[in-house]
Design a protein around this ligand. Structure first.
Ligand code: ZN
Length: 458
């Protein structure tokens, strides 16, 4: 058994791991797109895929699934295993990725989607399924809830080393792990055991703000918008953070006093994709956590409330920007992309970054080399950025709230291992900046002792 990493080694994007089971059997875990400074022009699959018998998808973020069309283009004919909710999201994500990055040709898009749909095998959580193997090898896998985004899972894979003695080797791939106290989804529970663990480290060197503190920051930013009739721009990934934020905003509006300006604030979801994903979140309500379910039982609609407007077409998008620019009215706008590296948020930033009444609120990780990272860095010093080749002074206030990241922080990543009944003998740290990986590695050494082999994935 061997594990190769085809992406997410020196950064946090392009997640793609290959579990080599024997010379004719490899299982791919995720097949993601590189973003930010990791971005590449040539996205075609650069490794041999003839021996890859299946793909396992942990969740539907683009940095975990974006290169699936290129995998299909190599002639890959194996099953794509994923959870029921992810199976429902995946065609939407791929369709969007193709439209944004590849082609608008409906024929090509439909051909790719039909190929994809033939390959998807939807599996329930906590249910073993057999992996196709050559040479009479036996291997099985099981998804467990990762609490990161809807449908997200970590995967346990048992490889039969000696079928007679029933001994097997368990490899756990964490995918992206959710944080405790994030809204909507329950936190992940550590696995019972692992022999080898491949774990993400996005926030391996940080701990998040607590939920109270985080909600307070969100409240303060909105308070300011309400006071000076400014806009709050929230660059958000379509899946995950958008729905968490809608959930928190509904709560803040719900608890505000009747007749307060809060009750009239516009919440604008300017992304047809995010609206589609929000519908999926509503469809899979049974996966929500207890708090969210209690609200539903009381007749509330945490993801579909009165103040919320969804913007669909491009002309509506332009119209809403003009409306907000001409009128002094407080509004919270959620638009993609999450790192401002494209998408409708860029038009808002171009129009409103120069206004003192604007607040930009980052709720997710900003990759190096992205416009988001630049605004985060230069915004607090009244610096400038270039958008569409135009120099723009940042007069807006810039805020970052880390808790909505939907990624486990260092504490969470440590608990994922210390909570196991049978600890792994080998941990491979992937999917993080170098500092994050190193910090997590030394934390593991400190907490787990020297008997466990801790390696930074290369
Ligand atoms: Zn993710």
């Amino acid at each position: 058994m061997q594990i190769l990493h085809h992406g997410a080694v020196n950064g946090v994007t392009g997640s793609c791991h290959e579990l080599v089971i024997n010379s004719q059997t490899s299982i791919l875990i995720d097949c993601g797109l590189f973003q930010g400074e990791d971005a590449k022009d040539d996205l075609s699959i650069e490794f041999n895929v003839t021996h890859i018998t299946a793909l396992i998808v942990t969740h539907c973020h683009i940095d975990h699934v974006g290169r699936i069309p290129y995998l299909l283009a190599t002639g890959f004919k194996g099953p794509i295993f994923t959870t029921l909710a992810s199976a429902s999201l995946l065609p939407l994500v791929i369709e969007d990725a193709l439209k944004v990055g590849v082609t608008r040709d409906t024929k090509i898009i439909n051909a790719c989607l039909s190929l994809l749909n033939k390959r998807i095998v939807a599996v329930n959580f906590n249910t073993w399924f057999a992996l196709p193997c050559a040479n009479e090898q036996i291997a099985k896998a099981r998804f467990q809830r990762a609490g990161h985004i809807l449908g997200s899972a970590y995967v346990e894979i048992d490889i039969g080393i000696n079928t007679k003695s029933n001994r097997s080797h368990r490899v756990v791939f964490s995918g992206d792990l959710g944080a405790p106290y994030t809204p909507l989804l329950p936190a992940p529970k550590p696995p019972y055991k692992a022999d080898t663990l491949v774990i993400e480290s996005t926030y391996g060197d940080k701990n998040h703000q607590g939920r109270k503190e985080r909600t307070q920051t969100l409240k303060n930013v909105i308070e300011r918008a309400v006071a000076d009739n400014g806009v709050v721009l929230v660059p958000a990934f379509s899946i995950g953070r958008t729905q968490e934020l809608l959930y928190e905003l509904e709560q803040l509006i719900h608890q505000s006093a009747k007749g307060s300006p809060w009750r009239k604030i516009h919440v604008i979801l300017d992304s047809p994709m995010a609206a589609n994903f929000t519908e999926q979140y509503i469809k899979f309500k049974h996966l929500w956590d207890a708090e969210a379910k209690r609200k539903v039982a009381k007749g509330r609609h945490p993801l579909d409330f009165e103040n919320l407007t969804t913007v669909d077409t491009h002309s509506e998008h332009i119209a809403i920007i003009n409306y907000l620019a001409s009128r002094q009215t407080p509004a919270i706008i959620l638009a993609a992309s999450g790192m401002c590296s494209g998408g409708r948020i860029v038009n808002y930033l171009e129009r409103f970054l120069g206004d003192k009444t604007t607040d930009v609120l980052f709720v997710g990780y900003q990759g190096r080399g992205t416009l988001g990272r630049d605004i985060q860095k230069y915004g607090p010093r009244n610096g400038y950025v270039f958008i569409n080749n135009t120099r723009l002074t940042i007069n807006a206030q810039v805020h970052t709230i880390s808790g909505y990241s939907a990624h486990a922080d260092q504490n969470g990543l440590v608990k994922f291992v210390t909570g196991m009944r049978k600890k792994p003998s080998h941990i491979k740290i992937v999917h993080g900046d170098n500092e994050a990986k190193r910090a997590l590695a030394s934390k593991y050494k400190e907490v787990l002792g020297s008997e466990i082999k801790i390696e930074i994935g290369t």
